[in-house]
Design a binder for this molecule. Structure first.
Ligand code: NAD
Length: 365
């Protein structure tokens, strides 16, 4: 069998994107040498940076490269510079949504793991969050973020009205259900499906399909929870969850809540996969314009996204484990960016954190 070089497309994006991605790429380059990974890196623009250069947040040249590669590493997109753009289709976030839908990256994995070293960084009591290890599986290419019709219209009386459409078909629900059940099988065998079936018909169907698919996974215990209760339970007793599956909008909100349980959104990676495990890997956070350019952003979520990429899309599990271990080693040494800093620790910059992970990875046996 031929050894085919895997192509990784790097999309730094906006705000802190370029700062954190450059640290993650350093780590990837070291992993490439150390583990003899047959990978080739390419770059392209997306989001506001792409709009400034090409007049589109997702230029065709970027989309072509995205279609041709095996995995994408993305920083983040967006920022106040582009918030005033009248044409909503030109907003940076549209670049991201276009990549997700254009590549059919329908399954978004957001692990929320509390590193024991960061138990104090969470705003919740250590006993509530210590040992936390949740996987949120969010449907990413359907639901209200994509449903049509949508828009802002002017009514006959002159008043403006905004409208969106919340829609899921059986195929979309079934494929995310399968992915979630399979993930639960590999973990604690508990799956909680989050919906609002007491109010929304879309999620009545969601619940029915979840029940149907569950018959193929008798070893997984399926439960259902309304999204409002789930938001409460996530901060009340988060360790009751193993794998959570939910739609696009609920997943967007709940995964940010789960992020805070772990101390900082700056620690959380994510993966978005298609049916063939091609994926886009990115930190859960946004472009953090408030701290962009200051060299203080936490690059660990992006570095951990590289580990997820090696694990899920490139099947390089040893290299993935080594990167995750290097991150843990750096935390053991007490190095912290501002967002996870606490008394007695050593405050470091974005690049110092990246270099520390590189050094820990190089030292690893
Ligand atoms: P955000 O995640 O960018 O920032 C929220 C808060 O977390 C800010 O205080 C920020 O400083 C902090 N933060 C985020 N990442 C951090 C890191 N790595 N290290 C330290 N602190 C970090 O969310 P927001 O402020 O709501 O959005 C800012 C912009 O990002 C908006 O334009 C939004 O549309 C965009 N956004 C993009 C994505 C994405 O690209 N995937 C996701 C969410 C938001």
């Amino acid at each position: 069998m031929f050894n085919v070089t895997k192509k990784i497309l790097v999309l730094p994006g906006d705000g802190i994107g370029p700062e954190i991605v450059s640290e993650a790429v350093k780590v990837l380059e070291v992993a490439k040498q150390k583990f003899k990974l047959d990978v080739a890196l390419d770059n392209a623009l997306v989001g506001g940076a792409a709009f400034d250069e090409f007049g589109s947040p997702l230029p065709e040249v970027t989309m072509e490269k995205a279609r041709a590669c095996d995995a994408i590493l993305l920083g983040a997109v967006g920022g106040p510079k582009w918030d005033a753009l009248e044409d909503r289709e030109m907003r940076p976030e549209k670049g991201l949504l276009g990549l997700r839908s254009g590549l059919e990256l329908f399954a978004n994995f957001r692990p929320a793991i509390l590193y024991p070293q960061l138990a104090d960084a969470s705003t919740l009591k250590p006993e509530v969050v210590s040992g936390l290890d949740i996987l949120i599986v969010r449907e990413l290419t359907g639901g209200i973020y994509f449903g049509k019709p949508r828009g802002i219209r002017t009514l006959e009386n002159g008043e403006r009205e905004g409208y969106n459409t919340y829609v899921y078909n059986e195929t979309e629900i079934r494929r995310i259900a399968k992915v979630a059940f399979e993930s639960a099988q590999k973990r604690g065998k508990k799956l909680c499906s989050i919906d609002k079936a007491n109010v929304l018909e879309v999620t009545v169907l969601w619940r029915e399909i979840m029940e149907e698919v569950s018959k193929d996974y008798p070893d997984v215990e399926l439960s259902h929870m309304y999204v409002d209760n789930a938001a409460m339970q996530l901060v009340r007793a988060p360790k009751q969850f193993d794998v959570v599956v939910t739609g696009n909008m609920f997943g967007d909100i709940l995964s940010d809540t789960a992020a805070m349980l772990t101390g900082s959104i700056g620690m959380l990676p994510s993966a978005s996969l298609d049916t063939n495990n091609k994926g886009m890997y990115e930190p859960c956070h946004g472009s953090a314009p408030d701290i962009a350019g200051q060299g203080i952003a936490n690059p660990l979520a992006t570095i951990l996204s590289v580990a997820m990429m090696l694990r899920y899309s490139l099947n390089e599990v040893v290299a993935a484990d080594a990167i995750e271990k290097a991150v843990s080693d750096v935390l053991d040494k007490g190095l912290r960016t501002g967002d996870i800093f606490s008394d007695g620790m050593t405050k470091v910059s974005t690049s110092q954190m990246g270099e520390a992970v590189v050094a820990a990875l190089q030292e690893a046996s």
